[in-house]
Design a protein around this ligand. Structure first.
Ligand code: ZN
Length: 215
């Protein structure tokens, strides 16, 4: 049975982790959730928001999609999963922070440089979705060039985070709350190979290590 290989992990969670935090978890059911931040990350199986921030239940409202992209505000009659998560977090849950977290070795950013025309049918939604990474690709090619592939990819991944932050500001309620100072936006870059997180510093326009301020 396909179910079998999940049983061990689920039992272990229930008998060890859940048991250890049982009171906290029950309290969260009684009080309801009131997460501090909306975390928009990539669906990549190696990017685990709670793991990399050492957070637990109730701390983060998480939305993950291919490439951690944020489509611009588009109030039509279609189904918009990312937009709905943003709206719900910013309006209903009144989160104080939104984190857009890109990462190294991102398949979505790599895919921006691949030709998918042979799989147009099987990848129809992905091909469309990847358009959200195009401005980052263009800027990376313009500033870094295609001489060093690793540099090009890292630049694409990082520029993309900045473009997605800009897209976040197209949401009227996000923009309003950012302007009035009740909502703060973070752009992060997670390095799979070292576990380090860098943040986008709007002043220097650079990604800097996210670490304790020693001063
Ligand atoms: Zn990714």
């Amino acid at each position: 049975m396909k179910r079998e290989h999940w049983v061990k992990g689920i039992e272990s969670f229930r008998n060890v982790t859940f048991k250890k935090h049982e009171r906290e978890y029950r309290e969260l059911v009684k009080k309801g959730q009131s997460p501090r931040a909306l975390f928009i990350g990539c669906s990549d199986s190696r990017v685990l928001p709670n793991l990399i921030t050492s957070t637990g239940p109730g701390d983060l409202f998480v939305f993950r999609n291919v490439g951690n992209f944020v489509p611009p505000y588009k109030p039509d009659n279609d189904y918009h999963a990312t937009a709905s998560a943003i709206e719900y977090a910013a309006f209903e849950l009144s989160v104080e922070e939104i984190i857009v977290c890109g990462h190294s070795d991102c398949g979505a950013c790599k895919a921006l440089y691949e030709d998918h025309s042979a799989h147009e049918h099987e990848m129809i939604h992905t091909i469309k979705w990847l358009e959200l990474g195009r401005p980052a690709k263009e800027l990376a090619l313009h500033t870094v060039g295609d001489g060093d592939r690793a540099d090009l990819l890292e630049a694409t991944e990082k520029f993309s985070v900045i473009f997605q932050l800009q897209n976040l500001l197209t949401y009227p309620n996000v923009r309003k709350r950012v302007m009035e100072g009740s909502l703060y936006l973070h752009g992060w870059y997670y390095r799979l190979e070292s576990g380090e997180v860098e943040y986008f510093d709007p002043e220097s326009q650079e990604f800097l290590p996210l670490e304790r301020d020693e001063s």
